[in-house]
Design a protein around this ligand. Structure first.
Ligand code: CIR
Length: 255
């Protein structure tokens, strides 16, 4: 299995954030934490390719938002934040992608969650109805069901409150979305909502450090957890899935 990551630019200190962090981003620490995340992926048996950071794009480390991969197709997004639109070019080259969301539609990868043959997509401030329609036009003919999900107020992306654990199971924050949307759920307590964003590779799950109840819930459900620090990406409203694009093993990575 392969994953794409992207370096942390110096300009990450100016990354988008809904609220300015009380303590500014420490870019050196962000790079240390980013490296720990990469090592956790490698520990899970993933081969990691890190694209160079681009100083023109402070948020480029959040590579997940630039592409949606399912059924052997890489769909390059058109991010909702205008300052992020140029992030997609390097990713499109790396993935040899030929399918793009086109303007004026917008769609962020963080709003898209592939669970088996279903793609859940959040209607958010970043992802428009037209973006969802284009996603459906690409993936429904390839046998995927596309399910649009209303997000609770103030939630940036769908995967801020849930993330896939397997083809039939998701990790879901309490009091966020209706569990009936999903085939099966491992619950994250509302007090640990941030930890609902985790990266599952087989039976291992990379989780944000310092969320013991989430780790316990995952271990009780049969997963092994690997904790990585997230303090600096969190200051920019980022978490774990957003730092990589994990390619299903059915996809041959072109790099
Ligand atoms: C943004 O506002 O776009 C970035 N600062 C954070 C994006 C995080 N992406 C994600 O969770 N998929």
């Amino acid at each position: 299995m392969h994953a794409l990551m992207r370096g942390v630019p110096d300009s990450f200190a100016n990354a988008l954030a809904a609220a300015p962090p009380p303590v500014p981003i420490d870019v050196a620490l962000a790079r240390t934490q980013h490296a720990a995340y990469g090592r956790a992926l490698v520990e899970c048996g993933v081969t990691v390719t890190v694209l160079p950071a681009d100083e023109d794009y402070p948020d480029c480390v959040f590579v997940e938002d630039t592409a949606v991969i399912a059924g052997g197709v890489a769909l390059i997004t058109r991010p909702g934040a205008p300052s992020r639109r140029g992030e997609t070019a390097a990713v499109a080259v790396a993935l040899a992608a030929r399918v793009h969301i086109t303007e004026p539609a917008t769609l962020d990868g963080g709003d898209c969650m592939v669970v088996g043959r279903t793609i859940y997509v959040g209607r958010s401030a970043r992802t428009t109805a037209a973006g969802i329609a284009q996603l459906a036009a690409v993936f429904e003919p390839r046998g995927f069901r596309v399910v649009a999900v209303e997000l609770p107020a103030g939630v940036l992306h769908l995967k801020c409150v849930c993330s896939p654990l397997a083809d039939d199971r998701v990790l879901l924050a309490r009091d966020s979305l209706p569990a009936a949307l999903f085939p099966a759920v491992v619950w994250v307590p509302a007090s640990e909502t941030y930890a609902a964003n985790a990266v599952a590779i087989g039976t291992r799950v990379i989780v944000a450090a310092e969320f013991p109840h989430t780790r316990d819930a995952l271990e009780a459900a049969g997963f092994t957890t690997l904790a990585v620090p997230t303090s600096e990406v969190r200051k920019a409203d980022g978490s774990l899935t957003c730092q990589s694009i994990v390619l299903p093993s059915s996809i041959v990575f072109p790099l």
